[in-house]
Design a protein around this ligand. Structure first.
Ligand SMILES: Cc1cc2nc3c(=O)[nH]c(=O)nc-3n(C[C@H](O)[C@H](O)[C@H](O)COP(=O)(O)O)c2cc1C
Length: 184
């Protein structure tokens, strides 16, 4: 029973979570840019993680295509973002945008709050963030969460914690146990 954690990360938030998950679950770890269909096929479970950029999970489309072409049996997805975990409705909507109705029920998916790192951003992302901040600033009737987000995205912040990786780690440990029992 082999598990591969694949990550796509621009400012290292997703990479850090991927390293924690791989270490705790005893899984292999690979940067998305090094993954091929052949390499993916050596594993039964593939976990893909990417950061949220304007609501979309970075690299998910390519990861799904590669998974479909591979012999791996199960895809699990995790996303990291500046949105706090408590913003459940926002996170639910994000999943509906990124996964089809069928995937929502068949693909285990996990969200982990991370933060924003201006220092590690390249120019296009910096500009996009500035635009997002300006749009949020102009929005008239902001609820408490949106107000907090509008303030937060003006500067770097880090609300990540290995605690938020725990549900996915637990899921993987359970899946590995199931497979062992099945093969006895
Ligand atoms: C241009 C840009 C757009 C972003 N859009 C979102 C977003 O829509 N929702 C969110 O929760 N976080 C958003 N973020 C925060 C990132 O999702 C967060 O920093 C993520 O953990 C980055 O992952 P990475 O460093 O592994 O690429 C955005 C960050 C940038 C730079």
């Amino acid at each position: 029973m082999k598990v591969l954690i694949v990550y796509k990360s621009k400012t290292n938030f997703t990479k850090s979570y991927a390293e924690i998950i791989a270490g705790a679950a005893g899984a292999a770890l690979m940067d998305a840019k090094d993954v091929t269909v052949e390499r993916m096929s050596e594993y039964q479970i593939v976990v893909f993680g990417g950061g949220l950029y304007a609501g979309m999970i970075n690299g998910l489309k390519q990861a799904k295509e590669m998974f479909e072409a591979s012999e791996a049996k199960e895809l699990v997805v995790f996303a990291t973002g500046g949105t706090p975990n408590e913003a459940e409705t926002v996170i639910e909507e994000m999943w509906k945008t990124n996964l089809s109705e069928e995937e929502l029920s068949n693909v285990a998916h996990y969200y982990m709050q991370s933060g924003i790192c201006y220092e590690k951003m390249k120019l296009p992302e910096k500009l996009l963030m500035k635009m997002m901040a300006a749009v949020m600033d102009k929005k008239k009737e902001k609820d408490e969460l949106e107000n907090g987000f509008a303030q937060a995205i003006k500067n770097s912040y880090d609300i990540s914690s290995e605690v938020y990786a725990e549900p996915l780690i637990q899921y993987l440990k359970n899946r590995m146990e199931q497979k062992c029992e099945e093969s006895i």
